[in-house]
Design a protein around this ligand. Structure first.
Ligand code: C5P
Length: 233
């Protein structure tokens, strides 16, 4: 685990905006996340350009398909050289194990992370898709399956970090969005934690978007969040 704890999501429709932000930020201070919107628009060429600029990339494509397809997609991500890649834990143990084995065969091995329950989902949404246990139990169930399948960690809410840390140990990587510095606008995030609180709760990596990407001075915003994190370590 390195000292760069912040992952900045490049939630943009076009490569030019992502590249511009990459130039304003520094690979010494953060990782970058490329998700479905940007990757669909700009593809692997953009990922390579950002990597050539020194960034480590979290390729947030949340693979969920038959085991063979997910395994091959993970190998493509590994060949692309990304630092972190993710799958949906609800794809099941066979899918996650296939992803693990596929990455283990690669020269470059990205961190392999699973999404448990999307935080946009409510208890009612789970019931609609036939899952009747409490949402928190479903998160824990899928995190356990993730660990058993040999993955490196999960994306979760910082509010779940403490219990996941106790359950699975500090080597199990926790990637947490929904983070806001105490002074920042919460935007559409409903249950936020500050960077310091999230680190104390056991988060390894904090996904922090708009407080940095929409700041008039993104690098100053990033540095100030770093100062807060370092004071907690
Ligand atoms: O701007 P903000 O910090 O809210 O951005 C958070 C990023 O993390 C976005 O890319 C969002 O899609 C992602 N995310 C999230 N909540 C989750 C999972 C991912 O906000 N539960």
């Amino acid at each position: 685990m390195n000292n760069k704890r912040i992952i900045v999501p490049l939630d943009f429709p076009e490569a030019s905006q992502a590249i511009a932000l990459g130039k304003q930020l520094s690979p010494e201070l953060c990782h970058l996340k490329v998700g479905k919107e940007l990757f669909t628009a700009a593809g692997s060429a953009l990922v390579e350009e950002l990597q050539n600029a020194g960034y480590q990339i979290f390729l947030d494509l949340k693979y969920h398909d038959i085991p063979n397809t997910v395994a091959k997609a993970c190998q493509s991500a590994a060949r692309l050289g990304v630092w972190m890649v993710n799958v949906h834990a609800s794809g099941g143990e066979a899918m996650m194990t296939a992803a693990r084995e596929a990455i283990d065969q690669c020269d470059h091995q990205p961190l392999l992370i699973a999404v448990t329950v999307l935080t946009s989902m409510s208890q009612d949404d789970l019931t609609q898709i036939g899952i009747n246990r409490p949402l928190e139990d479903q998160v824990m169930h899928l995190a356990t399956l993730t660990k058993q399948s040999g993955l490196d960690g999960v994306v979760c809410s910082a509010r779940e970090a403490q219990i996941l840390n106790q359950q699975f140990g500090s080597d199990f990587c926790l990637v947490t969005p929904g983070i806001r510095p105490a002074t920042a606008n919460t935007d559409d995030q409903k249950r936020v934690m500050t960077p310091g609180e999230a680190i104390k709760a056991g988060s390894h990596y904090l996904v922090i978007g708009r407080p940095i990407t929409q700041a008039s001075d993104p690098i100053a915003a990033l540095e100030s969040i770093h100062a807060e994190i370092n004071s907690c370590l």
